[in-house]
Design a protein around this ligand. Structure first.
Ligand SMILES: *Cc1c(COP(=O)(O)O)cnc(C)c1O
Length: 359
């Protein structure tokens, strides 16, 4: 079965090899305060920084998930007021987390499937952190990062948080322009779930110290100051997901060897190959009409018939794709296009979609 679901999804082909290596090295029995762990942590951090071009000025923390990153960002960078640019389920989740933490969270919403032009929203006064989702996995719409940098230039005092969960490592982020960037590893890295990565700017870190000093809660074991204290010595406050940390380092190293330039080109090719066949079918059309904001990594297709039938037919052919999100469950197909999905996987998928639409 080939998994094109948006995550968990198809694993990177080398995952079994590296799981075996971790077992062979007894890595999973060794202390997370010992030197073998430190070496492994350092390698993972090094490969990841190299792959994504993360500047040394920014701190890198390992946490449990992207959802956790949302909570940590709100706790540690928002004293009172945050802003949320909402165009789907994941940006909405970020907003709800801020509300749950008792912050004055201000939503800027557009209709599901629409793209966001950040500067067109006049922010509330004294908002501290503005939260964005680069790739809305629920609708397949992308944020134009140039528009985000324009927003940052217009409001240089605000901290900018960016969710890149379903576009990493395809997305090319200028980390120096942003303050809190995060993702988890069960999507574009093709790894088992259970690890999140949070990258923060010096300003975001200082903000968390300020809030802490003011006596407001910034969390406990995963507050920024504690995460930094441990990451400085290549550890995490808790016993982490050692296997996932190890796998992330090894897969990042492989991706570094191939080079992101090549990987990005292949993702473009695969996306084009799928989008291009849609007009030739009677049943399918892209949900996002605006090409510039149409995701390359999560392809959302509108179906003229109940999407459940399409999904079931594909399943019997050994292909697993995602249904639509919530109320679009039976109207959409969602298809992941990550580095671990090969051109051949995509050819096979395209062939079946054409067959189904002619039968
Ligand atoms: C999957 C996803 C998340 C949640 O990731 P977890 O690892 O489950 O916390 C957040 N944002 C986006 C855009 C996602 O696609």
């Amino acid at each position: 079965m080939i998994y094109f679901t948006p995550g968990p999804t198809k694993l990177h082909k080398s995952v079994p090899k590296y799981i075996n290596l971790a077992l062979k090295n007894k890595l999973l029995s060794k202390s997370h305060r010992g030197s073998d762990f430190h070496i492994m942590y350092e390698e993972t951090e090094h490969e990841l920084r190299k792959l994504l071009n993360i500047p040394q000025s920014h701190l890198l923390f390992f946490i449990s998930s992207a959802t956790e990153a949302m909570e940590r960002i709100i706790q540690n960078t928002v004293y009172e007021k945050s802003e949320h640019f909402i165009n789907g389920a994941f940006s909405e989740k970020f907003f709800k987390i801020a509300l749950n933490l008792g912050k004055k969270a201000v939503p800027h919403s557009v209709e599901f499937g629409n793209f966001i032009t950040p500067v067109s929203f006049a922010g509330p006064k004294r908002s501290e952190t503005a939260c964005f989702t680069h790739n809305e996995t629920s609708s397949g719409v992308s944020l134009d990062l140039q528009e985000l940098y324009k927003y940052k230039n217009k409001y240089p005092d605000k901290l900018i948080a960016l969710d890149i969960v379903s576009s990493v490592p395809y997305v090319e982020v200028n980390f120096s322009n942003l303050d809190c960037i995060f993702f988890s590893i069960q999507k574009g890295f093709g790894l088992p779930s259970g690890l999140g990565v949070l990258v923060i700017s010096p300003r975001a870190f200082e903000k968390s110290l300020y809030i802490e000093k003011k006596g407001k809660s910034v969390g406990s074991y995963h507050k920024f100051s504690e995460l930094k204290r441990y990451s400085d010595r290549k550890e995490t406050p808790e016993t982490p997901n050692i296997l996932a940390l190890f796998l992330l380092g090894k897969i990042s190293k492989e991706l570094n060897k191939i080079g992101l330039k090549k990987i990005r080109k292949e993702i473009d090719q695969k996306a084009d190959s799928l989008y291009n066949i849609l007009p030739k079918t009677k049943l399918f059309s892209p949900f996002i009409k605006d090409i510039k904001h149409r995701s390359k990594t999560v392809i959302v297709i509108e179906t003229a018939v109940n999407s459940k039938n399409i999904i079931d037919t594909l399943k019997s052919a050994g292909i697993m794709i995602g249904s639509g999100y919530k109320e679009y469950k039976e109207k959409h197909l969602r298809i992941a296009n990550f580095p671990q999905h090969s051109l051949n996987d995509y050819k096979k998928l395209a062939k079946y979609l054409i067959e189904i639409s002619h039968s």
